[in-house]
Design a protein around this ligand. Structure first.
Ligand code: DAH
Length: 356
C-alpha cells in the first residue's frame, strides 16, 4: 500500500501493521544501505518520508484508537532512532563524544531548607529576642516526664488526649517507678520537669522537638513538631504570659494579629488557657473559616505547683508560665499561607515544597 492513499480510509488495525512494515523496511535500509548518515536520516525521518506523513495523519485517526496508534508510532520512531545512531557510531559517521567546552554549563537545581525547618528557625529567633534559649530534650522519653511528672497520675483519663506509642522497658523491673515505660513523646511538655531538674533558675526555655501521636487526617500527622515555652522566675503573672504571646503572634503572624486567652483545663497548669489568634482572613470580624473571628492556636497556663515540686523548684519563691503549640499548625496559620491540609508538608513532593 502506498502512503498516497488517504489514511482516513484505512482501518486502525491496518494502520498499525502499515507502521510495522515501514519499521521493517527502514531497519533493512539502515542495515544494508551505503548511504551517508544524513541521507539515511532524511529518507527515514525527513519531511517526505512515509513515517512523517503517517505521523501527520494521526489527527485523522478515530479518537478511541488514538492512544493505541500513538504508542506504536512512538515505539517505531524510538527504535529507528536508536538503530540509526548505533550504525552512525559504529561506522564513524558521527562522533557523539564531541563537546563544546565554551558552551555555558547547566546549573544543578538548588534546594532549600524544608519549610518546617524554616518555621522552627523563625520561631527560635523570635523567642531569642525575648531572652528564651532553645533547648533540646528527649523525643523518646520515660513515661514519667510527659505524663506523671505533669500531674497526670498513672491511667488518668486526661492522658487519653495524648495517646502515643510506647514500649515496656525490661531493664529495671519494679525498681524505679519513674523508669519503666518508654514512650515516643506525645508533646514537648516533657521538657518542663527535665529543664527544672537542671537546677538553674530563672528558666526561659523554648523546647522545639518532634512529637508522636496515633492520628492521621487533614490537620494531623503521626509525627509533628511542637514548641514549648517555659518561664520560671519570681512573681510571674498572667500579664507576662499574655505579653509574650502577643509579641510572638505579631512577630510570626503579622503586626495586625491579636491573641486572646480562654479558660481551659490542663492537668499541668492552673489556671489553664487555650490561646486563640485573630483570623488573618477577616481580621477578627468573623468569616467562613473562623466563624467568630478567632482561630485556636494551642495551650498555655500558669505552671501547676505539683509540676514545680516534681522539678524540685521551691514554690514559695518561684512560679511561672508555660505554653505549647504545633509548629506545622502555626505555619499554616501564618499570614498569606493558604494551606488547608497538613499532609503535603511531609509528602516530599518538591513541586509543593519549592513554592515556599
Ligand atoms: N502539651 C499540650 C498539648 O500538647 C499543650 C500545652 C498546654 C502546653 C498547656 C503547655 C501548657 O505548656 O501550659 O496539647
Amino acid at each position: 500500500m502506498s502512503m498516497k492513499d488517504d489514511v482516513t480510509t484505512i482501518p486502525t488495525d491496518q494502520l498499525v501493521s502499515l507502521l510495522l512494515t515501514i519499521k521493517e523496511e527502514a531497519e533493512h535500509q539502515i542495515d544494508q544501505s551505503d548511504a551517508s548518515y544524513e541521507e539515511l536520516r532524511l529518507s527515514i525521518f525527513g519531511k517526505e518520508s512515509e513515517l512523517t506523513k503517517l505521523s501527520q495523519s494521526m489527527r485523522l485517526v478515530p479518537k478511541e484508537d488514538k492512544q493505541r496508534v500513538g504508542i506504536v508510532l512512538n515505539q517505531v520512531k524510538q527504535s529507528l532512532e536508536q538503530l540509526l545512531s548505533k550504525k552512525a557510531k559504529e561506522s564513524g559517521l558521527v562522533n557523539e563524544d564531541w563537546m563544546d567546552v565554551t558552551a555555558p554549563g547547566v546549573r544543578p537545581p538548588e534546594g532549600h531548607l524544608h519549610i518546617v525547618t524554616q518555621a522552627i528557625e523563625e520561631i527560635t529567633q523570635i523567642f531569642n529576642k525575648l531572652g528564651f534559649t532553645r533547648v533540646r530534650h528527649p523525643e523518646v522519653d520515660w513515661d514519667w516526664y510527659p505524663f506523671e511528672s505533669l500531674n497526670m497520675p498513672h491511667s488518668h483519663p486526661a492522658s487519653d488526649e495524648w495517646e502515643t506509642f510506647y514500649i515496656i522497658y525490661p531493664g529495671f523491673p519494679g525498681k524505679n517507678p519513674r523508669k519503666q515505660k518508654i514512650v515516643l513523646t506525645p508533646h514537648t511538655s516533657n521538657g518542663q520537669v527535665r529543664e527544672m531538674e537542671k537546677g538553674i533558675l530563672p528558666i526561659r526555655m523554648i523546647n522545639i522537638a518532634k512529637c508522636y501521636r496515633r492520628q492521621m487526617d487533614v490537620s494531623h500527622v503521626p509525627m509533628f513538631y511542637q514548641f514549648e515555652g517555659l518561664y520560671i522566675d519570681k512573681n510571674v503573672s498572667i500579664g507576662h504570659l499574655k505579653g509574650v504571646l502577643d509579641y510572638f503572634a505579631k512577630a510570626f503572624f503579622g503586626p495586625d494579629r491579636k491573641t486572646r486567652i480562654r479558660p481551659f483545663h490542663f492537668q499541668f497548669t492552673e489556671p489553664s488557657f487555650e490561646v486563640d489568634i485573630s483570623c488573618g482572613i477577616c481580621n477578627g470580624k468573623g468569616c467562613r473559616l473562623c466563624k467568630e473571628g478567632w482561630l485556636e492556636l494551642g495551650g498555655a497556663g500558669m505552671v501547676h505547683p505539683v509540676v514545680l515540686t516534681n522539678g524540685r523548684v521551691d514554690t514559695t519563691i518561684y512560679n511561672g508560665f508555660a505554653f505549647g503549640w504545633g509548629v506545622e499548625r502555626s505555619f499554616m496559620m501564618k499570614s498569606g499561607t493558604q494551606l488547608d491540609d497538613i499532609r503535603p508538608l511531609y509528602g516530599n513532593d518538591v513541586r509543593f515544597l519549592e513554592q515556599f
